[in-house]
Design a protein around this ligand. Sequence first.
Ligand SMILES: Cc1cc2nc3c(=O)[nH]c(=O)nc-3n(C[C@H](O)[C@H](O)[C@H](O)COP(=O)(O)OP(=O)(O)OC[C@H]3O[C@@H](n4cnc5c(N)ncnc54)[C@H](O)[C@@H]3O)c2cc1C
Ligand SMILES: NC(=O)c1ccc[n+]([C@@H]2O[C@H](COP(=O)([O-])OP(=O)(O)OC[C@H]3O[C@@H](n4cnc5c(N)ncnc54)[C@H](O)[C@@H]3O)[C@@H](O)[C@H]2O)c1
Length: 451
Amino acid sequence: MVNEHYDAAVIGMGPGGEVAASRLLAAGKRVAVVERELIGGECGYWACIPSKTLLRPLEAAAGAAGAAGLDGPQPDWAGMRAYRDTMIRHLDDSAQVEGYRSQGAAVFTGTARLAGRDPWTVAVDEHRLTADHVVVATGSSASRPPIAGLEEVEVWTNRQATTVEEIPGRAVVVGGSAVGVELGQFLARMGCSVTLLQRGPGLMSREEPRVGELAAEALRGDGVDVRTGVVPHRAYRRGGDSVVVLEDGSEAVGDVVLLATGRTPRLEDLGLDRVGVEAGPAGLRVDERCRAAPGLWAIGDVTGVALFTHVAKYQGGVVAANILGGDRTAAYTGVPRVVFADPEIAAVGLTAAQARDRGFDPVSAEVDLTEGLARPWTFATSPRGRAGVVADRASRRLLGAWAVAPLAGEWIHTAALAVREGIGIDRLRDGIFQFPTYSEGYVLAVEALDM
Ligand SMILES: Cc1cc2nc3c(=O)[nH]c(=O)nc-3n(C[C@H](O)[C@H](O)[C@H](O)COP(=O)(O)OP(=O)(O)OC[C@H]3O[C@@H](n4cnc5c(N)ncnc54)[C@H](O)[C@@H]3O)c2cc1C
Ligand SMILES: NC(=O)c1ccc[n+]([C@@H]2O[C@H](COP(=O)([O-])OP(=O)(O)OC[C@H]3O[C@@H](n4cnc5c(N)ncnc54)[C@H](O)[C@@H]3O)[C@@H](O)[C@H]2O)c1
């Protein structure tokens, strides 16, 4: 039994927990970190890193096939898989554990539970530790949609999909936003026959409807059977088949059913009720300083604020600054949202409908980048790419932007900066962008606004 006191205990060492712990350690604080699986979290082993690693060679192969005078290279699954395994460290975090120990952290392996407050007490198996501050950074798990009989069929989440050894012949993907689009495209490009079932009217349900249309067009181009406006209702096994029955009675058949229907905050093992802290349906509620209760902080997916690694890392920085005596508030305007499909799908800020709901008078414009720019034509022989902007008529400020185009995940940051900093449309119209780049598309889009 260990019973030690720390300045801070960090529960969950995904990207959010890692930033908080590292900054506190660098400032000389006594820090305990608790991780029950692998330091690096979902992102490092089963989410961002393997998915981007697996998508990249397929994007490069398609890019080479579309560039003038190149014979497209063929993806080599054994090579892709081996590099994916390197990138996910063969699911081994011993170097990370040693790294944190060498920085002075006490590293506990196990599930942490809040066992008391005043002082905050954290239990990990037989260990009890107390701390002035506790940072909850426990992330999220794949949600299970209410489909009767799911337990009968071969169900995958992001975990099985990103660590896949043999590509299945057929997959039914349930859910058509970030996870469904990225992993659906990956499987399809690897030769799997993919049926994607999306409940709402379009893909990418939180983005402009146009973005969803373009995402569906891209997936259909890869042979995905995209079915929108459907409700998966029941699942059953028929021989080796995993069958999903829709509310209209039609069926989708696969070897596996991949769940891509959102995330559930990991709160169940924390014992929040024992310490009198209540969580909401989206996660552990925090104030603008990421504080859940005096001395209790929360960051990343478990807060439900915005489920991205960059947001978890940002919040980790905010919390560390506050624990170190600062008074830092988090601001979420202008957070970029990128889906690493081919072409990349990137967005920032508000959609026109969201802007209207918030009382703005939105003006939108969409441009075909292949019509007004040179870069798409120097990039590929059959180029594609579209971008859109939303501005507020009264303040003449940019409220949001999106692009479905090569490298959009890089050049969306110009718009992200403009939205975050409130740069006016007239300033943007006066901008000078490198020729020939996709970034010039902003000038086109902003000029196309009727204001
Ligand atoms: C397929 C997929 C692809 C994605 N791609 C991207 C991307 O490209 N870019 C992006 O920004 N975001 C991406 N995301 C989202 C991203 O993975 C998450 O936003 C990010 O991992 C959140 O980080 P976190 O630190 O909050 O939690 P996590 O990464 O989930 O880490 C939480 C950690 O806490 C540990 N833990 C949980 N409970 C306890 C406990 N009681 N005791 C001890 N330890 C505990 C867990 O084991 C885990 O290691 C993707 C998600 C998925 C599913
Ligand atoms: N590149 C990235 O940054 C990246 C990549 C993957 C995931 N993520 C993050 O991870 C989180 C989870 O992503 P996600 O795509 O799983 O969830 P999501 O919540 O973004 O989308 C889930 C989708 O599934 C649909 N859906 C829900 N229930 C359904 C049902 N029963 N049948 C059919 N469709 C259903 C919803 O309409 C929605 O479009 C997101 O917040 C996302 O930001 C980020």
